[in-house]
Write a new protein. Structure first.
Length: 327
């Protein structure tokens, strides 16, 4: 670069900030990795996690983000934000457990593709909540998981948003009673679509992007996949298929994609239903820990499988307070 006599080059450009950060990285890394001062990206990765370099690396990331028009890079992957620069698709994320999972992943640094079906207001409220913490970090997507023809467009929108997908959480689920003798075909189709068909074909559609990133899938199963819920036969059958899906997909998609599941017990009472104090007491009496769980319990199990379980695939963790220990 030519310098005007008596004038320093402009210091506020993105390229100047990148060069400045890179010179500092070279100085800090020279003793352990002199090759870093060359142009290769491999050297960048080699020193990215070195001690004392977090602030410099952050500066470099921010400068690059500004130069490319990205405004969502608030921090590099680090022990504080281990999922930074990764994208998670959470289905049924507008309310309840799905929303808590989205919050937990976002708090760890992940950007979120927030799927909903009818709950536009809830999805928008959650999007605003998360983006108040980190702007341009959430993509809200409306889709009917029973219509698999929409999945290519859904994946195209995700790829346009970040160019990658690292985590798929199949959380969306219909849940309502279908007593035998009263079941109709529409109920069967609806429960199978949201709990079995949709998650399977969505995983299939997401597999190419997940394979590129070495990503993972987490299905929300149910303890009633093993022990059927009285008056909920169709739901129980669908979740049993979902549990087998976890194992089958783990085998089909490994080693590049891990697939696991979380089986909640009593976490939240069904929306719009109050079973009454007596019924609640009877249900809780069958739980070893004597209390219901919380959406946070499920979110933490999902985080474990996403972040810490590099050598776990094809497994389902029951988060049920010991309910399945009781006969």
């Amino acid at each position: 670069m030519k310098r005007s006599k008596g004038k320093a080059p402009p210091r506020d450009s993105a390229s100047a900030r990148i060069r400045s950060a890179r010179r500092r990285l070279c100085a800090l890394a020279a003793s352990s990795s002199p090759a870093f001062c060359g142009p290769g990206a491999a050297e960048v990765r080699a020193v990215k996690g070195s001690a004392g370099m977090a602030g410099v690396w952050k500066r470099l990331e921010l400068a690059m983000a500004h130069d490319t028009g990205r405004t969502n890079v608030a921090h590099p992957a680090s022990p504080t934000f281990p999922l930074a620069n990764r994208l998670a698709l959470v289905t049924g994320a507008a309310h309840r457990i799905g929303a808590e999972i989205a919050r937990a992943l976002h708090a760890q640094g992940a950007d979120i593709a927030l799927h909903y079906r009818h709950s536009a207001a809830g999805a928008e409220a959650l999007r605003q909540e998360l983006e108040a913490r980190r702007p341009n970090s959430v993509l809200a997507i409306a889709a009917d998981l029973g219509d698999c023809q929409t999945f290519p467009d859904l994946m195209a929108r995700i790829q346009a948003f970040r160019g990658r997908l690292d985590i798929l959480v199949n959380n969306a689920s219909s849940f309502y009673p279908t007593p035998l003798g009263e079941v109709d075909e529409a109920q069967w189709d609806d429960l199978m679509a949201s709990n079995l068909k949709g998650p399977f074909f969505l995983a299939q559609a997401a597999a190419p992007l997940l394979r590129q990133s070495g990503g993972c899938i987490v299905n929300l199963v149910d303890i009633h996949a093993e022990r059927p819920h009285k008056d909920y036969p169709v739901y129980s059958i669908a979740k049993a298929g979902n549990a087998m899906m976890v194992k089958a997909l783990a085998r089909e998609l490994g080693p590049s994609i891990r697939v696991n599941g979380v089986a909640p017990g009593i976490i939240l009472w069904p929306e719009g239903e109050d079973p009454g104090q007596e019924t609640r007491g009877e249900i809780l009496s069958r739980i070893v820990l004597g209390r219901p769980g919380s959406p946070g319990d499920i979110a933490r199990a999902v985080l474990f499988l996403v972040q810490e379980a590099d050598y776990i695939t094809g497994q389902i963790i029951a988060v049920d307070g010991g309910r399945t220990l009781q006969q």
